[in-house]
Ligand binder design. Structure first.
Ligand code: NAD
Length: 253
């Protein structure tokens, strides 16, 4: 199968890391679905097309069962050619001071929403996408977890750390279950990447984090996209259930 026969669905692809992954996969010849709750998804898909790639935007809230159930219709003729799913959509809410709310002050509603988007959303979308991937006996599922799930985090909230830790466990279960179908499931655990999400915290927090990065800078969305492209490629065919730490050395197991 050529890359043109492997459609890539990237959730949360309107901006940030998801947009960079969508651009990279399109540049490699994959038709790309830019799925997001933000209207900005249209501009991102248009920019990919302007650069010579094939892309379309769809409105998708990964936490909404009905929206996810509508994916086959939303993708139309692309559905049966689905080959790559990147579960990238995520949120990391902070308080008005730019810091994560301490557990003692965290509203249960905020906890539920973070789990719904970052963890349950990845479950819903992965489950929905299984029929076309299993039918072709080829697939790549990539989870955007976080360094927050690999070690402690002094920036992200407890809900985010819990959701991303759960996502890593889900990825291992999915990798085990789908191996016999020729589908690999791997996670990327970014460190601190310069995106709207990372800019949503205090300036001091990012600067303090950068001090402990051996490579001496925050990551770019493109740094992560390169690794996602590798995981999506034929070259990564014998890699499954793995977590790749993309953090400039800020976390070394
Ligand atoms: P971002 O906020 O810049 O982009 C996230 C995108 O997800 C946005 O376009 C947003 O609209 C979309 N999204 C949010 N909720 C959604 C929903 N319910 N349904 C569909 N789309 C939704 O964030 P980013 O930094 O690009 O993060 C991308 C992923 O990488 C996230 O899963 C994040 O947790 C993870 N991550 C980021 C960093 C970092 O430092 N930026 C570090 C570790 C992990």
């Amino acid at each position: 199968m050529s890359n043109a026969d492997k459609v890539a669905l990237v959730t949360g692809a309107a901006r940030g890391i998801g947009a960079a992954i969508a651009h990279k996969l399109a540049a490699l010849g994959h038709p790309v679905v830019v799925a997001d709750v933000l209207e900005e998804r249209e501009a991102t898909a248009a920019a990919i097309r302007a650069a010579g790639g094939e892309a379309r935007a769809i409105a998708l809230d990964v936490a909404e069962d009905a929206a996810v159930a509508g994916l086959p219709t939303a993708l139309g003729p692309w559905w049966e050619r689905l080959g790559i799913l990147v579960n990238n959509a995520g949120i990391s809410p902070k308080g008005p001071d730019g810091k994560a709310r301490p557990i003692r002050e965290m509203p249960a509603e905020e906890w539920r929403r973070v789990l719904a988007v970052n963890l349950t959303g990845a479950f819903l979308v992965s489950q929905a996408c299984l029929p076309p991937l299993r039918a072709r006996r080829w697939g790549r599922i990539i989870m955007l977890t976080s360094q927050a799930a690999r070690a402690k985090s002094q920036i992200a909230g407890a809900h985010y750390t819990a959701a991303k830790s759960g996502l890593m466990g889900f990825a291992r279960s999915l990798a085990t279950e789908l191996g016999p179908d020729g589908i690999t499931v791997n996670s990327i655990a970014p460190g601190r990447i310069d995106t709207p999400m990372a800019r949503g915290t205090t300036e001091g927090a990012n600067a303090a984090f950068a001090v402990n990065i051996p490579l001496g800078r925050l990551g770019t969305p493109e740094d992560v996209a390169e690794v996602a492209a590798f995981l999506a490629s034929e070259a990564a065919g014998y890699l499954t259930g793995a977590t790749l730490d993309v953090g400039g050395g800020s976390y070394m197991p």
